[in-house]
Ligand binder design. Sequence first.
Ligand code: NAD
Ligand code: DAO
Ligand code: ZN
Ligand code: ZN
Length: 362
Amino acid sequence: MAAGQPLQVMEVNLDGPRAGEVLVEIKATGICHTDEFTRSGADPEGLFPAILGHEGAGVVIEVGEGVTSLQPGDHVIPLYTPECRECEYCLNPKTNLCQKIRSTQGAGVMPDGTSRFSMLDGTPILHYMGCSTFANHTVLPEIALAKVRKDAPFDKICYIGCGVTTGIGAVINTAKVEIGSRAIVFGLGGIGLNVIQGLRLAGADQIVGVDLNDSKFDMATRFGMTDFVNPSKVSGDLVAHLVALTKGGADYTFDATGNVGVMRTALESAHKGWGESIIIGVAPSGAEISTRPFQLVTGRSWRGTAFGGARGRTDVPKIVDWYMQGKIEIDPMITHKLKLEDINKGFDLMHEGKSIRAVVEF
Ligand code: NAD
Ligand code: DAO
Ligand code: ZN
Ligand code: ZN
């Protein structure tokens, strides 16, 4: 496929796994906004032709030489943020951004610098975010696969490969929200709803949801939202309204919109002295954030999170357990199930604001 074009469903060649790699049969994959960001051509780092998709779940079919942690039959979730457990980043408890395969993953190839996918005429096809889950079969490095329990349904746990972990992890790993906190979540889509359920899990007392779309109210309330604000219906200053609603500002605020204006509102509606604002949303290429430095001088802090600060091989199996134990919910967020040949409908549903998550089942 090319930038700005619909996805093409086609037969391709896939080479077997080389040393340190694993062949996975993908059973289900979610369609996330980041896939659309790349598909649309808005992603300046987007490379084509590529097989997109990064929110999947499947079964190991074959392992390459030297692979020790996985074997055929294991159930796995691909990780766009790998966990090698030996690089400088993995050894630093302050980050989850493993850099072991960063440069080759960003270039759309496996760690040896080559792609396993090609067209039937031999033209190479690039991997995407190291995952390429919009495929019946894909090859990944061993360090980019979380092994999960076998009784968990693929069509639900695929969402843990991005949206669920990003939202819940932002609360638990990045903000480390304390029991009794007040919080504001901007954007009640596939990520924001998971921030809300993460806040409920963490024992927050007040969870304010902010969205321009009133239709988000019911689902957000179901996941733990206590107050709803539609900025288009607030007369006067939105920050002042939110500060009053949270009795002085929120202990934690989260941007799950990707809008830099919203990011500023989120920072400024955090409590003076200690409020923390976490950026989750990915802003358009070239966009910049701004605020008055005095906002930070007076004790607010601005932070960001990728993949919810999760170390995938360690944390993702635990989140699958939480789902199977009923500690978190996923099923109501899977609003649409599609066949592979209808994958472009999933992108349409996203544009129309009709889906939280559309999942393709193979
Ligand atoms: P989404 O489109 O499902 O949800 C966004 C929500 O924000 C929608 O409900 C929309 O109505 C609302 N919104 C838009 N503009 C608004 C505004 N000005 N004020 C209030 N609400 C507004 O998107 P999503 O899948 O939930 O993703 C949210 C963001 O998170 C995206 O930018 C995505 O790229 C990013 N993301 C980040 C990570 C990470 O690791 N940091 C991972 C996945 C996704
Ligand atoms: O280590 O420099 C790096 C890359 C980290 C990539 C993390 C991506 C997080 C946000 C993208 C949205 C994912 C769907
Ligand atoms: Zn995603
Ligand atoms: Zn590492």
